[in-house]
Design a protein around this ligand. Structure first.
Ligand SMILES: O=c1ccn([C@H]2C[C@H](O)[C@@H](COP(=O)(O)O)O2)c(=O)[nH]1
Ligand SMILES: [Zn+2]
Length: 189
């Protein structure tokens, strides 16, 4: 192997490539962190003032085939974002908002989603569970759970379990931080 200075160490007189061990060690992101991270980044695009949700669909080759976040339907301009229970139903967001899972499925860039895994930052509601099942998604990985809609959550669990779709809670042990200064390219010379 070449010495750090690049001079010959094998007697050939030729300078050799620096060994890999002298290169800076990189942390490689594990799949769950990567895909839930993408879902979390998508959630940051949501205009919902209370709850931002993101979803990322991954195929069996670990390729991302759809990403979405909760938002109002396409081209809508004046729909309400309120969750205020004292307002009329028509003045609250729930009748209008497209859930992250729906948008991720609609945004798919592959022919179908059969056998895919959905990473979603919030446990899917019962309506999204139906969409997940009908799309042929075979695993759901979620991060947090909504505790103010117990009937919807229970129905969602019931449907997914009944169809033998594994549900897995993502339990991160550390944060993901993107430090753009570390992504700055440094030339080899
Ligand atoms: O499966 C789900 C469930 C909910 N959402 C979205 C819909 C709303 O924009 C928020 C929930 O609002 P709250 O104010 O927390 O009730 O989450 C979703 O995308 N997917
Ligand atoms: Zn939903």
């Amino acid at each position: 192997m070449a010495s750090p200075s690049g001079s010959s160490a094998d007697g050939s007189g030729k300078a050799q490539e620096a060994p890999q061990t002298s290169e800076k060690a990189r942390e490689v992101l594990a799949d769950d962190y990567y895909f839930m991270g993408i879902a979390g980044l998508a959630a940051k695009k949501s205009k919902d003032p209370m709850t931002q949700v993101g979803a990322c669909i991954v195929n069996q080759e670990k390729k991302i085939v759809g990403v979405g976040y909760n938002g109002m339907p396409r081209d809508s301009k004046n729909l309400p974002w309120s969750r205020n229970a004292e307002k009329e139903e028509a003045e609250r967001k729930y009748l209008y908002v497209c859930h992250a899972e729906l948008n991720a499925i609609m945004n798919k860039n592959s022919a179908d989603l059969k056998g895919c895994t959905m990473y979603v930052t919030l446990f899917p509601c019962n309506e999204c569970a139906k969409l997940i099942l009908q799309a042929g998604i075979k695993e759901v990985v979620y991060f947090s759970e909504k505790n103010d809609t117990p009937a919807s959550t229970a129905a969602s669990k019931k449907m997914l379990e009944d169809a033998a779709v594994p549900l897995r809670k993502f339990e991160p042990k550390e944060a993901i931080v993107i430090d753009f200064s570390k992504l700055q390219h440094h030339s080899a010379k």
